[in-house]
Design a protein. Sequence first.
Lengths: 551, 87
Amino acid sequence: MWRDHLVEIIITATLFLTVSVMGFVAARWRRPDDLMHLDEWGLGGRSFGGWITWFLVGGDLYTAYTFVAVPALLFGAGATGFFAVPYTIIIYPLVFLVLCRLWSVSHRHGFVTPADFVRARSGSSTMALLVAATGIVATMPYIALQLVGIEAVLKAMHLPGGWPLIVAFAVLAAYTYQSGLRAPALIAFVKDILIYLVILVAIIYIPTKLGGWSAIFGAADAKFDQTPSATDGILLNPANQWQYITLAFGSALALFLYPHSITGVLASRSRDVIKRNMSALPAYSLLLGLIALLGYMAIAAGVKPLPGSTAGSVDNNTVVPVLFDTVFPDWFAGIAFAAIAIGALVPAAIMSIAAANLFTRNIYREYMRPHATPAQEARVSKITSLVVKVGAVLVILLIDPQFSIDLQLIGGVIILQTLPAVALGLYTRWFHKWGLVAGWVVGMGLGTWMLYSIPNAATKRAHFGGSAFPLSKWFDPTSLGMDARTTVYVGFIAVLANLVVAALVTLICRSTKVADGVDMTAPDDYFADEGDPRITGPSVDELDEGRVPAR
Amino acid sequence: MATREASAPMPPEPPTRTTGSDAAVRSDRSPWNWLLFIPIVLPLIVALFNAREPELFGFPRFYWLQLAFILVGVGTTTLVYQMTKRR
């Protein structure tokens, strides 16, 4: 009964209302002369310093999904779910230099989205469209995933998942529309303070109640020993360790290709802010590692996940909220629930802004209204952000939330296919534009087919059962000295195929002298910093219309 | 990940326009950047951490060592940042 959870509901609702008010007030925070410009609405004025960027990007990358789905994975499968830790270690050194370059070239040319960059760098409107479409499609399930976080909390308080979810997202949609990126930037402070508070209390308080860390790991070990599955356990086994590595590495490559990560980075003031953040953001990784272990604490505390949406199924995503509900006093459980719910709002807002910017800059402006004014762009973006959120709500109401983590993994597979055009494009102009296009087509095709062909034994679904592809479908892994049941991350294989095809087609296009696109960027653009002027050269539109001779 | 500068056999001519005053002087290349490979490679070597012993504060090695790699990551990126900072 929800009445038994009245204290939790009141505290959660109060904190939720507080941040909603902050979301609306954020329009006046660091007030610009004119909010009707994508640089303002969509990038917060490109002016955020170290602290704001740290909270914003941290709030952006470590989402409600983190709180709910990663511990759920450890609860269900054990060590393999801990991939989130190496994943978030690898990512910062990996992007330390890459994203600085993206920031610089975007600062110089006024790019708002990764597709803007690809348009100018490869000179291919086709490739830019593909990058934009990939970004939008990959972001949609990610926004939906945030709703799963809120839904898990609602379930733990025995509230229905339908209308409160719609109300929460309607409020979120309204203040994102009003304040743009300033809203999540301001709310991120509250979100992160609540989350750090809850996790610090949880990792000190819960183990004392459960008999210490040895007892927690012991309980998890005992649980996995009893299951018939051979691939779970508190350590990796020969069958899943390649999956662990390729998933950690592939996910790290994917994370900063997501439009919302790039939005967070482009909103910062200078290269220096980004570099400092790459050293400071791992504080969140430590938090994430500890959050992951909540899954084992749930095992030790004997938590039973609440029923899923279909009869007889269970929703593992509810284990953390149920754990909090079991071990914490009501008032603190309320704070913890609010932390998760608010943790969903910040990334959902940034993601919808990023997707909206992609639509506005790379579809609306490119194909529908080439000479749109900044105010028109901002208006279209604001409306698109609303549409995107409606789409996310529909996704979550129509698809079983149990698959939230796999949905996100599918998004990861497809966003990875923009790696050659976006990330490698920041280093080299070697790839021919048709090579990039061909690589993307092959990577997407292969990745989607592989995901389609993976069954899920636990839920008896024949397709889209996860992102772990058994190599035995192609060849005998034992011939390479690997375990016969070895699986690897789909995205990793797909992006390798993408790169090989991109390189081969590039060589073919060069030897047959197929015309390549014109690179609008100069080498020095990639090192530009705060204070360097924006380029006022010929625009892409002018080049297209032949008003400026390209060569 | 490509670590070289653009080396296209036939780089297309960029359109003429003004560039920064100190063009071709700036770069973000530095030998210190190679250190960044440590925190990228270390967490991918499963043999290092896929074991129970030794335990630390009740954490099996699998868990505490991977959490410790976070500190390696912070240390390396901070060092590289300090050493390559523009003055």
